[in-house]
Design a binder for this molecule. Structure first.
Ligand code: ZN
Length: 469
């Protein structure tokens, strides 16, 4: 079934129409978070891309089945070009925070869902966890060994034989003969692999005692890449109409996933590989070492509507590198406030011209179906805002209707402060006292508690002020 939605396919390097192989339902797989830390705003940009596609399909009358995995085991620390150089990210963080690795996973998984809810992301149909789908991975690895696409190395790890998949490299352009020996220099693999670009599907536990499972090849844990093959093949029944992820996952993660999945079933599993581009913040790449990582909570802590982040992303094409700034976030926040105030006025101004509304919405949908050109569609929305020939009621109807795609809550009314519960008022008072006593640890703790209750705080020389998020 054709959908009329065209998106850039990284592998074909061209626009490709999204087609639902299974009738009306488009099957989508989006690589999810590795839950050892909070997702930063760059990661959230990719997750919002999935939401935009899902909303566009729904608006166009199609169903979608979106699967997003939660990686809670097997994702090793990497260097800048994807070489695995450290230990499991979950176990490393578990040492830093001195708590059980599975508790780390559940903590950051909860934060991930909190962020998605604040950004108005429609939940995926399922969020399978790596640690709960080990059986699927073991079955797939056994099949790959049986068909000679994988082998047991001399170190007890199971490796995928890269040369057994001659079409390796078509997504990223990184063909096997151009990958130099030493590309992967994970020490446990030295000499155990048949070919330097082979990668581990199953890793022997060696000295590791946590997050390990039994397998036909001894105790160990899965590699990161096999997780996405196992999940997409199982939950989407071997057919992925759209596969989403950040551009940094194009290689090696998606090349390896494609090789594994296609080798297992003997056909092209993914129809369209879609990648969201990098996000810079204030002109720089975000990194922990540079100390410039921005989380959604940082946006909220500045008193900005989290949906201002959503608006900023919609005003830039998903496959353009984007430079997000505090200034653009503040401008988006002001725009949302202005639109919501105008919506209140417009509702009572004149009659709704239904024909205009349906033509306007069709025009916007046409833009968005052309490789998700939301910047162009939003320019038209801004022109409509200022168009004096169109009645207020008609404008409000257009905004309301298109909000099903934008998810910006145009019709939301600001909540009155008087509605704060006694619990919130009590926490606010305690925080105010903590600040007066210069107990900043306590004050930050209370701020986090209030954040979870939907309250953002602004501190100034005049004291603390608060608002609903
Ligand atoms: Zn993945």
């Amino acid at each position: 079934m054709r959908t009329g939605l065209y998106i850039f396919d990284t592998k074909e390097r061209d626009l490709k129409e999204v087609c639902a192989k299974n009738g009306f339902e488009v099957s989508i797989y989006c690589c999810g978070p590795t839950v050892y830390r909070d997702a930063h705003v760059g990661n959230l940009r990719t997750f919002l891309l999935g939401d935009l596609i899902k909303r566009t399909l729904t608006f166009s009358g199609f169903e979608s089945n979106l699967i997003q995995n939660i990686t809670d085991v097997g994702h090793m620390a990497e260097d800048l070009v994807g070489n695995e150089i450290g230990e499991d990210k979950l176990l490393a963080q578990s040492k830093v925070e001195a708590i059980d690795p599975f508790e780390i996973a559940r903590k950051y998984e909860a934060n991930f869902h909190f962020d998605l809810a604040k950004l108005n992301v429609i939940p995926a149909n399922s969020y399978p966890k790596a640690s709960e789908t080990i059986d699927l991975m073991l079955k797939l690895i056994a099949e790959l060994i049986a068909s000679d696409h994988a082998y047991l190395g001399s170190d007890g790890c199971v490796y995928f034989s890269a040369t057994s998949y001659p079409r390796y490299g078509e997504i990223s352009g990184n063909k096997l003969d151009s990958l130099k020996p030493g590309y992967r220099h994970e020490h446990v693999e030295d000499g155990a692999k048949r070919f330097h670009a082979d990668w581990a599907l199953w890793k022997a536990a060696a000295n590791r005692t946590e997050m390990i499972w039994d397998s036909p090849w001894g105790p160990g844990f899965p590699g990161w890449h096999i997780e996405c093959s196992a999940m997409s093949l199982h939950f989407l029944e071997g057919n992925v109409d759209l596969h989403l992820g950040g551009i940094d996952l194009r290689f090696p993660h998606h090349e390896n996933e494609r090789a594994q999945s296609n080798s297992a079933v003997g056909y092209e599993v993914v129809e369209n590989w879609v990648h969201g581009e990098h996000l810079l913040f204030e002109g720089r790449k975000m990194s922990k070492s540079a100390g410039n990582v921005v989380l959604l909570n940082d946006v909220i802590a500045k008193g900005l509507d989290p949906l201002s982040l959503r608006l900023c992303f919609l005003e830039n094409r998903y496959r353009s590198q984007m430079d997000l700034t505090w200034e653009s976030l503040r401008a988006a926040d002001a725009t949302l406030e202005r639109w919501r105030k105008k919506m209140l006025q417009w509702q009572d101004e004149g009659e709704i011209e239904n024909r205009f509304v349906s033509d306007f919405c069709d025009g916007s949908l046409t833009d968005i179906k052309e490789d998700l050109d939301t910047p162009r569609a939003l320019q038209k929305l801004r022109r409509l805002e200022k168009d004096e020939l169109v009645s207020g009621a008609t404008k409000a109807a257009c905004f309301n209707s298109l909000d099903a795609i934008y998810g910006l809550e145009f019709a939301r009314e600001p909540k009155a402060k008087a509605e704060a519960t006694p619990e919130i008022l009590d926490l606010l008072e305690k925080r105010s006292s903590a600040r007066a006593a210069k107990d900043f640890g306590q004050s930050d703790e209370l701020r986090d508690k209030l954040l979870k209750l939907g309250i953002s705080i602004k501190d100034s020389s005049a004291g603390q002020d608060w608002d609903w998020i």
